[in-house]
Design a protein around this ligand. Structure first.
Ligand code: SAH
Ligand code: SF4
Ligand code: F3S
Length: 472
């Protein structure tokens, strides 16, 4: 057990790796799409919508790029290196296109939306550009390319939620699924490109969310993650009864579908997460006690420059409320940016002291990457040297690792309810699953238990993973 190489949560989520859609629905007549997805969970959820739209039109998907008629990349624009990765990937398609000039290459998602037709000029290999709200138009865009044209649709909608489209689940373990509840973002964090790539915030129809969750449960899924850039601002009004639903009420309705379906959600915004949401979480056992609460910085001047609209004190009060209402075992994770414009050494220390105060279970940590067109790019100077950003980021990561270990060690000796997601990637003699507070647990397999809730006693841990034994 000791020398078992275990996976960190990022590795399990595959956050840094593109996802390649598996082969589905193939007949000798259908045109084949190869779809690779980058970025956040929302993008992965969108790829399932894209697949659904294309399969409806008779296309098939393939995981073998060499048998594809069309290559699609669903892209991310959040940091410069996310876009560089896509540009390198496009370079690697050149021999494929040279061999088969009829192959269509399309860019979807946030980078498509950000660069629009500029992408066609800069990357000659690209035939099609479709933004996140243009996926219903993909069959037409593909036809346009077949007619010998370049095709672009980067129109951002105020209404599109793809609510009536049943996503085709991919990369699925058949146990956990992503359910998009809203799109876009109305916040204007000064560093962030998302409001420009995904447009205005809109919430999805309640009934379609409940229907999708019910169908998932009926097909054997046991966990849904409700997704939005800022789930706490979910707001939907029934057009007939005029009754309004907020996020806490949506969460309650999903939790009430069946106690056998676990519910998670992401992302919460510190300015918007309410005690009503926390009390709803406390009330239902099947709402997982885990909150992703991005901080971005621990310093008030920087938070103000970032336009996060809360202070360190406000943020810590929200953490205190989480602890008061949900207890010390509730998982809390964060996002943090190192080296934002004009950040001093003391201000960086404030981010470290925030980590020290909260002792998060987990964090996603980044060094600041200036994005064209954002308020920070227009008004502030990206003046922290790369090596300083790197060093600050490393200090943040090192401290977080200590806290992740600390939180994991607190769980040793406890019995955890784990939803089994499948075999551990490193050993088919072990299962892996997640605890209520979102920690990955690896334990020796006795029999096939995928999709089942089991009790596991935690015996060891690393900073990324808990190791345990099944108890009967
Ligand atoms: N909607 C979520 C996060 C979306 S982006 C929220 O509000 O928290 C995911 C994370 O990427 C952000 O939380 C932030 O930490 C990071 N990020 C966004 N823009 C960035 C940039 N320009 N440079 C570095 N990190 C960035
Ligand atoms: Fe970006 Fe801020 Fe919106 Fe999150 S809340 S997506 S960081 S603008
Ligand atoms: Fe997600 Fe990247 Fe777009 S993080 S919203 S895919 S810019």
């Amino acid at each position: 057990m000791q020398d078992l190489k275990v996976l960190s949560p990022e590795e399990v989520k595959g956050l840094d790796e593109p996802r390649i859609s598996p082969s589905q629905n193939q007949s000798e007549y259908s045109k084949k799409i190869y779809l690779e997805s980058y970025g956040c969970q929302m993008n992965f959820a969108d790829s399932e919508v894209v697949t659904s739209i294309l399969m409806e039109q008779g296309y098939a998907t393939t995981s073998n790029i060499h048998e594809a008629d069309t290559i699609l990349l669903n892209t991310c624009a959040i940091r410069e290196n996310a876009e560089q990765k896509i540009r390198h990937r496009l370079q690697s398609f050149k021999p494929i296109k040279a061999k088969n000039p009829h192959i269509t290459i399309g860019i979807l998602g946030c980078m498509a939306e950000r660069l629009k037709t500029q992408l066609l000029e800069e990357e000659k290999i690209v035939d099609l550009v479709a933004g996140p709200d243009a996926y219903r138009d993909l069959p037409r865009l593909l036809e346009e390319v077949e007619d010998g044209n370049k095709a672009v649709n980067v129109f951002l909608s105020r209404e599109e939620t793809y609510g009536n489209i049943e996503p085709v689940r991919m990369h699925t373990n058949g146990v956990t699924a992503l359910v998009s509840i809203m799109r876009g973002c109305n916040n204007m964090c000064s560093f962030c490109v998302v409001p420009y790539t995904r447009g205005r915030e809109r919430s999805r129809d309640l009934d379609s969310i409940l229907k999708e969750c019910t169908q998932l449960f009926e097909s054997g899924y046991r966990e849904v993650t409700l997704l939005g850039q800022n789930v706490d601002s979910y707001h939907w009004q029934n057009p007939e009864t005029k009754q309004s639903i907020n996020f806490a009420q949506l969460l309650e309705k999903v939790a009430q579908l069946t106690p056998e379906l676990r519910v998670r959600f992401s992302t919460s915004h510190p300015k918007d997460i309410t005690n009503e949401v926390l009390y709803t979480m406390a009330k239902y056992e099947n709402i997982c006690k885990n909150i992703h609460l991005p901080a971005q910085s621990g310093n008030n001047r920087i938070l103000d420059l970032m336009n996060r609209t809360y202070t360190r004190e406000w943020y810590l009060e929200r953490i205190q409320s989480i602890r008061n209402i949900l207890g010390e075992s509730c998982g809390i994770s964060h996002d943090l940016i190192a080296g934002f414009c004009s950040e001093t050494e003391e201000e960086h220390q404030d981010s470290l002291s925030l980590l020290e105060e909260v002792k998060y279970d987990f964090g996603y940590m980044f060094s600041y990457s200036e994005r064209p067109g954002t308020p920070a790019e227009k008004k502030l100077s990206d003046d922290i040297r790369e090596d300083v950003k790197k060093r600050r980021l490393q200090e943040i990561i090192d401290l977080q690792r200590i806290h992740s270990s600390y939180r994991n060690q607190l769980m040793i000796g406890s019995v955890q309810r784990v939803l089994v997601e499948g075999d551990s990637k490193k050993s088919s003699a072990h299962h892996f699953g997640r605890t209520d507070n979102n920690k990955v647990v690896v334990f020796p397999k006795k029999e096939e238990m995928k999709g089942e809730f089991v009790d596991v006693i935690i015996t060891h841990c690393t900073s990324g993973t808990l190791l345990g034994e099944l108890i009967n």
